[in-house]
Design a protein around this ligand. Structure first.
Ligand code: ADP
Ligand code: MG
Length: 363
């Protein structure tokens, strides 16, 4: 449905998009995830036709968009810096896209559509208020509503929940995908928040310095991250990355950890062993073992984050355990951690020029 090939876009000396490749399928909710400055907004603007790429092609529905005006591309974009009419009411702002010649709806139908979207976005009570008097979070929801009210080939949403407080963001995140219009319309959704990407994306594209470094389902991104940087981008607390080396019989990691995994790398290769905090079990089970002592514990609601010193103590890992399992732990208590072989990730060591790539392992 949306295909970008070999897109290059420079602003002066800044290369915003560097041979970007991206494909969003019909009806899909695709999340583009990356840090600030990675090129996310430029990507959306290129699809919308608000920026012309220096090279590369944009194809929508099989049609090359070269020379096609933004208005004729049939996509609806919600900007990070939302363009609303401040003196007009929220209702008028929502209604204005439906007054354009292309999307004109009978008044009754328009009112019904606006009512339904306003309800879902929790702004029904604000429709009479001038947008200039609304809070940032309320304005952001009006801006999102403006995009969703009108039928479009595709929605392009640029961090549409970023100005909402944490509670509202969580609530809206849950509701956004349930909105009928969103369910039926191809959506390219930009965010720098990995939790949001995992919650919303049918597929996720990770963008870094103007390039897509990995595209996949949330499972693929989570269980088979392309490199340490993708692995670090997902999951809180962050993945543990223990320095180690490939040996004849497996991997030896700092902190006296011996892992009998077969790695597709030559003995002597410097590696990082990736262990997600939620994949480390405190009380036994099948799998690879790590032993150490409790350094510190921190209660996080129903679970506890435990930091463990491995071996002689210079290396630490953190894990998240149910409160029932971890509540009685005290500093210096000995612990035995177990990770299931399928949850153990292995990467090449990071280099200054690029993050370490994942290495295949066999249990
Ligand atoms: P993101 O949305 O991921 O934060 P952007 O696409 O906005 O990133 O920007 C990508 C890069 O291009 C950044 O380095 C940014 O400073 C630069 N950039 C974006 N728009 C412009 C512009 N209009 N003029 C100059 N530089 C720009
Ligand atoms: Mg941006």
């Amino acid at each position: 449905m949306i295909r970008l090939s070999g897109i290059r876009k420079a602003y002066g000396k800044t290369l915003a998009l560097d041979e970007l490749e991206l494909e969003v399928r019909e009806g899909e909710f695709f999340c583009l995830l990356g840090p600030s400055g990675a090129g996310k907004t430029t990507t959306l603007k290129t699809v919308a036709g608000l920026e012309q790429p220096d090279s590369g092609t944009v194809v929508l529905d099989g049609e090359d968009m070269r020379g096609v005006e933004p208005y004729d591309r049939g996509v609806a974009m919600c900007f990070e810096s939302y363009a609303l009419y401040p003196h007009r009411s929220a209702y008028d702002n929502l209604a204005s896209p439906l007054r354009s010649p292309r999307h004109r709806l009978p008044a009754g139908e328009a009112r019904q559509r606006i009512g339904a979207i306003a309800e879902l976005l929790g702004i029904s009570g604000l429709l009479d208020r001038p947008v200039g008097q609304l809070s940032n979070g309320q304005r952001q929801r009006v801006a999102l509503g403006r995009v969703l009210v009108r039928p479009a080939r595709a929605f392009l949403l640029d961090e549409p929940l970023s100005h909402l407080d944490a509670k509202l963001r969580q609530q809206m995140r849950a509701e956004l995908k349930a909105i009928g219009a969103v369910q039926h319309t191809t959506t390219l959704y930009v965010t720098h928040d990995s939790v949001e990407a995992l919650a919303l994306g049918d597929r996720i594209g990770v963008i870094r310095q103007g390039r897509i470094v990995q595209t996949g389902t949330r499972e693929e991104i989570w269980y088979r991250p392309q490199d340490t940087e993708v692995a670090r981008a997902f999951g809180r607390p962050r993945i543990n990355l223990l320095p180690g080396v490939v040996t004849q019989s497996g991997v030896r990691a700092d902190g006296g950890v011996e892992l009998p995994v077969r790695a597709r790398a030559a003995p002597g290769t410097e590696v990082l062993v990736g262990l997600r905090p939620r994949d480390l079990a405190l009380h036994g089970g099948e799998g690879h073992e790590l032993t150490g002592t409790v350094y510190v514990t921190e209660v996080l609601g129903r679970s506890v984050e435990v930091t463990v010193r491995l071996g002689t103590g210079e290396q630490r890992v953190s894990l998240v355990a149910p409160r029932a399992d971890a509540a009685r732990l005290r500093a210096d208590d000995p612990v035995r951690l177990v990770v299931r072989p399928e949850n153990l990730l292995l990467f090449e060591a990071d280099r200054p020029e690029r993050p370490g790539r994942r290495i295949e392992t066999q249990p």
